[in-house]
Write a protein that binds this ligand. Structure first.
Ligand code: LMR
Length: 333
């Protein structure tokens, strides 16, 4: 009896020693959960898939990347908290979803700030743009990269959508952003913050009349099937910051962090190289589907939207910083 007890005790301590000290751990890859809210067929979806491919190639047997698209694991109300709690390791929220952590990132939501995603790209490559990636470390968030989606278009369930007066009194779904809220209030419309996963139903049931999205999100979520008109406004940008838990990232073994950094660089080049093409493809698919009508706008129409939304800039200049806005404007040239 005594002998059996001693055997059990030593087997147990061996098992514990192996769990704590390593050989067993070395056989287990580090699991990296990458959670996001859009479909695989979008620029972000494709970027996540490329990241998995490159990370597992660079670090064979050492990491396993699990992707959870379409708000399967966490919707956008919860994903940031999930990263901070360590429930997932990587997310890529739109830049509209960071204002609780750094008000300067509100910059990206200013209407008609960037002419196109090439200008967004140039701004992000400046020292000020890169600095934003490291700006939330004290809050536990480390930015790893910027990924593009595309320029946003306005859509409604009305036939007429040409000038700002056409949206007066309408309800619009917005992302959780105070700038976007101000933008729609400026137009005399009623903004409602809703998670991305709730948008289709909200549009379908008339909880809201309209929304603003890039073509890839409209097509992959079938928003064009529950809207009547999409105006080609290009009035703002939808772009992402890929982020991770700063403590987790800093605590990784150096070779793993290096392999993941390289994988992220490759995935970023891939996603950003594809973004314009996927948005153009989905723009065409929406036109071909012949459900929502795409309303082209004249220069004068666009100027009217620009003028109507312009006061939003002054409202947020203090929080964002005039210099940062200047640097972003300069990226248009
Ligand atoms: C949205 O909520 O509209 C977007 O941020 C969704 C996304 O991730 O593209």
């Amino acid at each position: 009896m005594k002998l059996a007890t001693t055997h059990i005790a030593s087997a147990l301590s061996l098992a514990i020693a192996m769990m704590v000290s390593g050989p067993a751990l070395a056989d287990n890859p580090i699991v990296i959960k990458f959670s996001h809210v859009v479909s695989d067929a979008t620029p972000k979806g494709q970027g996540a898939i490329k990241f998995k491919e490159l990370a597992e190639k660079n670090l064979p047997g050492k990491v396993e990347v699990q992707i959870f698209p379409n708000s399967q694991l966490f919707g956008d109300g919860k994903e940031m908290e999930a990263v901070l709690l360590g429930d997932v390791q990587i997310i890529a929220p739109s830049l509209s979803k960071f204002d609780r952590y750094n008000k300067q990132i509100q910059l990206f939501d200013l209407p008609f700030l960037f002419d196109d995603t090439a200008a967004v790209d140039r701004f992000q490559a400046t020292a000020a743009g890169k600095g934003l990636l490291d700006s939330m470390k004290s809050k536990g968030i480390q930015g790893l990269a910027y990924w593009h989606n595309g320029m946003k278009q306005l859509s409604t369930n009305k036939d007429k959508l040409v000038r700002p007066e056409d949206v007066k009194g309408l309800k619009f779904r917005i992302q959780a952003s105070d700038v976007l809220e101000a933008q729609f209030r400026q137009l005399g419309a009623n903004p409602q913050k809703l998670a991305f996963s709730e948008v289709y139903q909200a549009l379908q049931t008339g909880v809201v009349d309209g929304a603003e999205n890039p073509w890839s999100n409209i097509y992959s979520q079938k928003f064009h099937e529950v809207q009547k008109t999409i105006a080609y406004t290009n009035h703002g940008v939808l772009d992402y910051m890929v982020v991770t838990n700063a403590k987790w990232w800093d605590g990784l073994p150096a070779d793993i962090r290096e392999g993941l950094t390289k994988a992220m660089e490759g995935a970023t080049a891939h996603a950003n190289g594809l973004a314009a093409q996927l948005n153009e493809r989905d723009h065409q698919r929406i036109a071909d589907a012949n459900r929502a009508r795409i309303q082209p706008l004249t220069k004068e129409d666009v100027a009217a939207w620009r003028t109507a939304m312009a006061p939003v800039w002054q409202k947020f200049e203090g929080a964002i910083g005039a210099d940062l806005i200047k640097t972003a404007v300069a990226a248009n040239q």
